[in-house]
Design a protein around this ligand. Structure first.
Ligand SMILES: [Zn+2]
Ligand SMILES: [Zn+2]
Length: 148
């Protein structure tokens, strides 16, 4: 009878031990999964911070970079060059100013027209053109000028 009791207790103990072992294993498994999830969350959080930082840097870099390109001399220089070209005034090797004819743009302007007083055309264009190429005022008189 005692033997049977012992066996019974032993088997109960065995049962609980196995059960407990299973419970512990399950808990460990769940803890492992939880930890994995936490690691995953941490990875996503890091990735989020990485992209957040990256976006912040790009957002701050963007406008400054474009503004820098806009004002870095390229546009202003081209505009100045265009302005200089539109003047048709050239400084020659001997430092003498040459004012180009505003009609043909080839020969030096040497006729001063009245009444507008523009030095606008060359000797050739003087005979062809009746209105001042600069202001379109009709020529009444013309004076040939000699530059030094
Ligand atoms: Zn001309
Ligand atoms: Zn004129």
């Amino acid at each position: 009878m005692l033997m049977q009791m012992n066996l019974m207790v032993q088997s109960v103990e065995d049962f609980w031990r196995r059960n407990l072992a299973g419970e512990i294993q399950k808990r460990m498994e769940m803890e492992r999964m939880l930890k994995e999830k936490e690691e995953q969350v941490e990875r996503f959080r890091n990735m989020y911070h990485f992209y957040e930082e990256r976006t912040f840097v790009l957002e701050n870099m963007g406008p400054n970079r474009f503004a820098g390109e806009g004002t870095s001399g390229g546009g202003a220089g081209a505009a100045l060059e265009e302005e200089v070209q539109s003047c048709h005034v050239e400084v020659k090797d001997d430092q003498r100013m040459e004012i180009r004819c505003r009609n043909c743009l080839n020969r030096p302007a040497s006729m001063l027209w009245l009444p507008c007083r523009h030095l606008s055309v060359c000797l050739v264009c003087e005979r062809r053109v009746k209105n001042c190429p600069i202001c379109r005022v009709k020529k009444t008189e013309s004076i040939q000028i000699n530059l030094p």
